[in-house]
Design a protein around this ligand. Structure first.
Ligand SMILES: [Zn+2]
Ligand SMILES: [Zn+2]
Length: 222
């Protein structure tokens, strides 16, 4: 059923609904993010470019099941990317790789095509060249990032991403209770250790992102 929605690029593209305009998306990003900043502008342009390269015209409507986006930083641009693509963490369509890089990869699940787009380090200097007299820098970049051509802002690379079925947005899994803490585990994240089914926190307590303040009771240990 999804395949019937996939547009062929054999004929003209005149029947395809245009994407929301840059300005409309920017306003939406501003509301979602809480302020307008250079990162929002870069993020909106990066995500629009990704959709354009993949031929995804309506990422939040007719094409909403086609796109998965990997982001490599948790900053301003990430919010804008979510606004443009409609990919959200809660829909399992936004994947976060904490690499501290202003880059994202847009994956079209209907074609398995994927494009990674990264912000060029030189874009800040280009903004400075374009508006040398404007301060502060954020203002300078906000103006420049609107108008600089894409190839002066980003690098693009077609890549391959193999998304495991359990990482797919629509994946259904059973819910299993951890033998130690009793909390439910979804999406096959359980670990088998000493013939016990454990959650990540119980299986690898040293790798927990939190440390309990109260002494732990371990019902399974004698
Ligand atoms: Zn911001
Ligand atoms: Zn547990």
């Amino acid at each position: 059923m999804l395949s019937s929605m996939v547009k062929c690029d054999t004929g003209s593209s005149s029947i395809i609904e245009p994407m929301q305009t840059f300005e409309a998306l920017l306003r939406e990003a501003e509301v979602a993010h809480g302020h307008l900043c250079a990162g929002q502008i870069l993020g909106v342009r990066m995500a629009m470019l990704g959709c354009e390269r993949l031929g995804i015209d309506d990422p939040k409507g007719a094409d909403r099941k086609r796109l998965v986006t990997f982001v490599e930083i948790d900053r301003c641009a990430t919010d804008a990317i979510a606004v443009v693509t409609g990919c959200r963490l809660g829909k399992r369509a936004l994947k976060f790789r904490d690499w501290g890089k202003m880059a994202a990869t847009f994956v079209d699940l209907s074609t398995d095509k994927a494009i990674r787009i990264a912000a060029l380090e030189s874009s800040k200097q280009r903004a400075k060249d374009l508006y040398p007299n404007i301060e502060p820098k954020n203002q300078q970049q906000m103006l420049a990032y609107r108008e600089l051509p894409a190839d002066e802002l980003f690098t693009e690379e077609w890549v391959q991403i193999l998304i495991h079925p359990r990482e797919m947005p629509g994946y259904k899994s059973s819910r299993i209770a951890c033998a130690q803490c009793g909390e439910g585990i979804n999406y096959d994240r359980e670990v088998l250790r000493d013939e016990q089914i454990l959650c990540q926190a119980c299986a690898f307590p040293e790798a927990r992102y939190y440390q309990p303040l109260t002494p732990q009771t371990s019902p399974s240990k004698t």
